[in-house]
Design a protein around this ligand. Sequence first.
Ligand code: PMP
Length: 393
Amino acid sequence: RSMSSVTIPPPACMLRPLEAPLRYLFGPGPSNVPPRILAVGAKPIIGHMHQEMFEIMNDIKRGIQYAFQTENNMTISMSGSGHTAMECAVFNVVEPGESVLVAINGIWGERVAEIAERMGANVHRMVKTPGGYFSNKEIEQAIAKHKPVLFFLTHGESSAGLCHPVNGIGDICRKHNCLFLVDTVASLGAAPIFMDKQNIDILYTGSQKALNAPPGTAPISFNDRACHKMFNRKTKPVSYLLDMTHLSNYWGCDGKPARAYHHTGPVSGFFALRESLSILAEKGLEESWKKHKEVAGYLYRGLEDLGLKLFIPERELRLPSVTTIAIPDGYDWRELLAYIMKHHNMEMTGGLGPSIGMVMRIGLMGYNCEKTNADMALNALADALKNCKKSKA
Ligand code: PMP
């Protein structure tokens, strides 16, 4: 047999068209993408180093500055999902052997602790069960004890459905010479966050939640304190791809006259991200926060009318974008979710990480955040509760 003949035939699946059903994405993300954003994602590709692309990236930067309420120059989007931003933050500001403090009240703190451990940080964990939260006093005591260079907190804990208070923590971090890193992947656009006013040193989010863009890009911003730490390190960050010395140049944030090739950014993903930020700018942050709160409140009433119990008892601590329900007694949550998917073409999900088996989650984010969608979700749940027989637990 000659070296040039193929021995692996074309796979049959590749000869069939792609199947991607239209589905109600009422889980914790990705969320449904509005036609306007889908449309820009289908525009012709331009070069990632063309002047038009740089203009689009400059616009994205301004859009993120608005969404984060920050004037930080070092504001970019990652080429990658929320995890890319988590790794970028940790890899760039922490050096091996340095102390990091992580607040864990769901899966996201666990993930960041693991990321920091993998790059050789000395990780200290503050742990609460899902749905728990930390007082500023507890946080200050732990910071004083472990003297971390970085403290991590999840604003919108999507695995537990908790929106953690942030006020005052940035000041505590400053007092103890520690950087404050906040995850708003699940909360940005749905619950208020003010990066500059709240003294948050590093903030990131994801494209696929309340921003309603497709998954695959992740805005992140560093203030001057964070820049000072990350650009005065002794060692290079472990990741070439996520090194902010390169990314800041690619995004035109380093003051150099020219941008050099580092990696090929996701051109269509950036088009879509720009459109999603432009929708948020048109609508306005306050309006978006108000809408999420209203629709969430409407959903809470409907859930309680169905006899369901909300997992987070304190109403003001509930994450408006992702609502967690305690699993109703005697039901198998997997069966309920499978029923809803099968009969209503609708995604809701179970817990994640430590909240598995504790909660079911309904996400109504951005474009999906409408009372009519809450009604559909409630109707599907009511139907599932009626038809999924109670197990004899
Ligand atoms: N943080 C939070 C709070 C999230 O909800 C998610 C996504 N579920 C992530 C981080 C990770 O984002 P991604 O899946 O885009 O990597």
